[in-house]
Design a protein around this ligand. Structure first.
Ligand code: ME8
Length: 647
């Protein structure tokens, strides 16, 4: 055991829908970090949970005719079950509706009130319900076709609000924050993300509204129960309340003293501002130390878009686990997506990685070694006193592989660490082939035993290093070598020193470690009902003769490019079959990418009078489905003649 402690957190997720691959990704990173530190014999506390208050949850529950508490109670088990399925080794699952959490938030606000950090005023401006954020629309707001303001983060409609509110004196912390960033350049990892934060703070911080008068689903604001605590002020405190903050018992106070400050806080880039600006300021105000590191990752993308429940492009991790196995998916996510960038989630890549990396490279190596050794009567493998040159070289590579892996894992660059480790696995395979142990078994049993010992030592180190990524698979790999991880042991010096002096007891595997997956195709899940679809204006009824005046035809979009000088417009060239080629302008550039449209067969209004926009003629109009949150082309199946009438 080493004497260090390590406190790791994930964001607490909104239980407005079930977990998806994006939320799994964050939680998995935190799990790998937690297991990595456990492997070093540290005392680890890993917290995840759900963010259950606020307007978004209140509106979603109302839309389903449920009380908010009943609604969140119905969703939270899906998170716990999914994390258990994916072997997420959390120690605490915090819910912001837990009494202890509510007490902690109340204690924190009272402290701020006492020291004059909170005052009452009026908030007047824009609010994004899906992001639960007050938005400064600035001088160049993003608008949709109906002129509604859109959220710069999620692109959905903003609501205008004007209400009495309690404010936190965030502006008073501007200089202290800047000084903190300067003194702690690794507070945010990767560092580039810190530059964005510094720029934001330097542009000037406004005081932050931390209460809502028109939202009833929240913690009552201390001293004024006609307000509730703003959901982010409530949620960020989970990191404190989960380890005993706000409780008076000596046990809780000792717990808090032991764990706080957090060592690693994992999140995606969408919520860095909350964690790197508001959160440290809240802690400074409470007189508490600041977290040591925010580990910020990019988005898991489907196509070009962030994978998200409300966009309807989120994949169910339960389905993936069924098709491919939990640990294969864990490996793929950690190996494929660079932590510092957005990464594409793609089934073909996933299948390829399972085949090439897991089944071929690692699984076969284990299988061939065990089969060959056991078939030649070698079940107890002892290390030789000295190794031949080639085996000694492999041992050096094993040490080096560990050093590189250790460095990258500590930095949070898991994909680089794994790429390096797979390079080593390939080298162990190459060594195995070059030594031809199947020939040695008969000709030179001593050297045969040495080669098997060298491969077993390599596999032992590989499985130990990979345990945080694939805990069950690596436990069974180790078991087939007669080994077991002893948690509480510090494996850092063991791996570093890499003494190839152990003996192994080999056992035949009941089944191969990894099997080649079948090919699957993902069908997108149905999007959840929009959380805040704007009310549709009443549309007067029309007769069939009115409808007949509209000429709807099928056409193929041959090209789509942005119109210079316009943020909104695309210029499309459309093949309308017998009606000819048309240039049609469409104001969807902020909501759709050209690749969403190019090559698609779509429905167009063909008899719209031509009109000029930005000096360009537009003759016709493209039809799109808009639910207020996302826009989709009405795609025809591609097999209808262009120019066909739609009626
Ligand atoms: O923001 N790719 O909750 P949330 C990668 N309750 N990560 C993704 C992702 C994607 N496509 N989609 C979601 C909230 N995530 C607040 C947090 S914390 C005090 C309060 C992950 O349910 C990622 O970690 O919207 C992101 O930051 C988080 O889910 C947002 O989860």
């Amino acid at each position: 055991m080493n004497n260090k402690k390590c406190y790791i957190t994930t964001p607490i997720y909104y239980p407005n829908a079930k977990p998806h691959v994006g939320t799994l990704y964050s939680t998995l990173i935190a799990d790998v970090v937690a297991r990595w530190h456990r492997l070093m014999g540290e005392d680890v506390r890993f917290v995840t949970g759900t963010d259950e208050h606020g307007q978004k949850i209140q509106e979603k529950a109302e839309s389903l005719g449920l009380a908010p508490q009943a609604f969140v109670d119905s969703i939270v088990p899906a998170f716990k079950d999914m994390w258990n399925k994916y072997e997420i080794s959390f120690d605490t699952f915090i819910r912001t509706t837990d009494t202890a959490h509510e007490q902690a938030v109340t204690a924190w606000i009272k402290k701020l009130q006492e020291q004059g950090d909170i005052y009452k005023s009026t908030y007047s401006g824009w609010y994004c319900v899906p992001c639960e954020t007050f938005v400064n629309v600035g001088s160049d707001p993003i608008k949709n076709e109906q002129g509604q303001y859109l959220c710069p983060t999620c692109n959905r409609s903003l609501k205008e609000i004007e209400e009495e509110s309690y404010f936190f004196r965030l502006s008073a912390y501007e200089d202290k924050l800047l000084k903190f960033y300067e003194e702690h350049p690794d507070f945010v990892t990767p560092r580039e993300r810190l530059h964005e934060v510094v720029a934001f703070v330097k542009a000037g911080l406004k005081d932050l509204s931390i209460s809502r008068k028109t939202v009833s689903w929240g913690i009552p604001f201390p001293g004024d129960p006609s307000h509730t605590v703003y959901v982010w002020a409530d949620a960020l405190n989970n990191y404190l309340s989960a380890v005993g903050y706000g409780q008076t018992s000596p046990e809780a106070q000792a717990e808090f003293a032991k764990w706080w400050p957090a060592d690693v806080q994992v999140m995606a880039k969408d919520i860095v501002r909350f964690h790197a600006i508001y959160w440290p300021a809240f802690l400074m105000a409470a007189g508490l130390p600041l977290p040591k590191k925010l580990l910020v990752h990019g988005y898991v993308l489907t196509g070009q878009q962030k994978m998200s429940k409300s966009l309807g492009n989120a994949y169910d991790p339960g389905q993936l686990a069924e098709w491919y196995g939990v640990e294969q998916v864990r490996y793929y996510l950690m190996r494929q997506i660079p932590i510092s960038q957005d990464g594409h989630f793609d089934l073909k890549d996933l299948e390829e990685r399972i085949n090439a990396d897991l089944a071929n490279n690692l699984g076969n190596l284990l299988n061939r070694t065990l089969t060959l050794a056991l078939n030649n009567g070698l079940s107890t493998v002892n290390s030789p006193a000295t190794y031949e040159a080639t085996s000694a070289a492999l041992r050096e590579r094993c040490e080096e592989a560990y050093r590189l892996y250790w460095e990258e894992m500590n930095k949070g660059y898991f994909h680089i660490g794994l790429a390096g480790l797979w390079q080593f696995i390939s080298e162990v395979n190459a060594y195995f082939h070059a030594q031809q142990p199947w020939v040695l078994a008969k000709k030179n049993p001593e050297l045969f035993a040495e080669v098997i010992a060298a491969v077993c030592h390599s596999l032992n180190a590989i499985a130990t290093m990979l345990w945080p990524i694939m805990p069950s698979k690596m436990t069974s790999l180790l078991a087939s070598l007669g080994k077991r991880l002893e948690l509480g042991t510090n494996y850092e010096p063991i791996l570093r020193e890499n003494a190839w002096t152990q003996s192994f007891t080999l056992t035949k595997q009941d089944e191969p470690l990894f099997v080649r997956p079948e090919t699957h195709v993902l069908v997108e899940e149905q999007p959840v009902a929009p959380v805040s679809a704007p009310a549709q204006p009443a549309v007067p009824e029309i007769g069939i003769e009115d409808f007949a005046k509209v000429q709807l035809v099928v056409g193929t979009i041959l090209s789509c490019e942005p119109v210079k000088g316009s943020e909104k417009l695309y210029k499309l060239q459309v093949d309308l079959g017998k009606l000819g080629m048309r240039q049609i302008l469409s104001g969807v550039a902020q909501r759709l990418k050209p690749e969403d449209l190019i090559g698609k067969q779509e429905v167009f209004v063909a008899n719209l009078k031509p009109r000029k926009m930005m000096g360009l003629e537009s003759h016709g109009m493209m039809l799109l489905a808009d639910n207020g949150e996302y826009l989709r082309p009405i795609v025809v199946d591609g097999k209808i003649d262009n120019g066909s009438t739609v009626k």
